[in-house]
Design a protein around this ligand. Sequence first.
Ligand code: HEC
Length: 126
Amino acid sequence: MGSVLKFIVAGFTVVAFLGTAYADGDPEKGRKVFRKCRICHRISPDAKHGIGPILNNIFGAKAGSREGYRYSSQMKEAGENGLDWDEDTLSEFLINPKTFFPGHRHAVPPYKGNNMDHLIAYLKTL
Ligand code: HEC
């Protein structure tokens, strides 16, 4: 009984921690992290898609839904089945794309410290 309670309390602590983690991200630092994404992703609204789709307004967007970009069928289907990009889905996708797309590879830099928080904060500004 006691250990069950401890488990529940620990669970809440983790959720509370995750909930605030992104809020501390610094968009300026995130912009630097994003340099490595620019090889493939353009971010100006009138830019053309590169190797990857443009990423403006990616927050709240449906996965695989950018006009004119040829996605893998996996990504397209995930969006059609309800995958939206928010803090949790984006960070999970960037760290471990196979969670959503088995067999998927997405070339990204390794994330050190709270780089992911900064990156998320930056992506929100696009
Ligand atoms: C080597 C090229 C490459 C790099 C580097 C890269 N990406 Fe991608 N990215 C892609 C491709 C290609 C897709 C489309 C995948 C598909 O269709 O399954 C994609 C898809 C995405 C999507 C989903 C877009 C949508 O419309 O649903 C997001 C978000 C994303 N990338 C973010 C990033 C971020 C952030 C970085 C840097 C940390 C990054 N990518 C680095 C090639 C890249």
